[in-house]
Design a binder for this molecule. Sequence first.
Ligand code: NAP
Length: 289
Amino acid sequence: MKVLILGGTGSIGTAVTQELLRHGHDVTGLSRSDASDRRLAAMGARPLRGDLRHPGCWVREVARVDGVIQLAAAFDGGMAEADTAAMAAILRQAAMRPEPLRLIYTGGCWLYGATGERVADETSPLRPIRPFAWMQKNAGTVLASPALSAAVIHPAMVYHEGGGAFSRHLDAARSARPFEIWGSISTRWPLVQRSDLARAYRLLLEHPDLTGHFNASAETGVPVARITREIARRHGHDASYVVRSLKHVLIKYGSWAEGPALDQQMASAKLRRLTGWQPVFTSFRDAQF
Ligand SMILES: NC(=O)c1ccc[n+]([C@@H]2O[C@H](COP(=O)([O-])OP(=O)(O)OC[C@H]3O[C@@H](n4cnc5c(N)ncnc54)[C@H](OP(=O)(O)O)[C@@H]3O)[C@@H](O)[C@H]2O)c1
């Protein structure tokens, strides 16, 4: 397939770009700098210069491709506006096509809010944390558009060789500081390893008949305390930790910090059943990080 990826140089996007190229897809990546041009070209993708916030400059590419993957996010105050502008422009361009455009939109486990003892599946209500509330709205817009065949993928907390979701705890271990566990000692995270997640994006892209919401988690809910114990073991850390209350982390780090403080469980039976997706890393302990 000819694919346009937005965010193809990001943490998840890099793995998705590589996965698509490995499977023979023709990938164009939106790029906003010389450095991103080089990263995309080095992977074998074609860079297309443009900024998410100014879709007029790149959206015509939508006429040329079979599918678009949205993985771009700036994590700043303009994140909602940039995504909304890009999705609106893609929808307008897609409406001119003879066939619906395949679009994979990215949500995330934080859209389910704290689940506690419930395990979120795709029928669970979305109760996003405030900084990501716009994602629920934009996901609804793309799913409702007749110009698109859209799937919304909700990645669990994503870890990889470089750390990813574990980075904060790895930094603490390397500098012999106590781990900070946010929320409570029983906070759980659903987890997925990045290359497993990249395969989920490819499988969904290749099945345009599959629309709606899809969760991607390999482990339903792992206590963060178990993750820090494993990091301590690998790094010769004494496993000491402090628990930071939600109030504390919101004041210190900002409203996004509610995400890692959520006690969450999320399952992905739908993705597994309909695409055959099987994560290689069924335990984070088997992975490098
Ligand atoms: N990581 C996780 O654990 C996780 C879990 C669930 C959901 N998600 C969601 O997945 C998405 C991607 O996350 P990530 O961790 O891969 O993020 P990331 O590593 O920060 O990557 C963001 C990507 O967006 C691009 N970008 C940012 N602003 C842009 C703009 N104005 N125009 C064009 N490109 C722009 C960046 O390009 P540059 O290379 O130029 O900076 C980069 O390629 C986000 O929506 C996030 O909320 C992430």
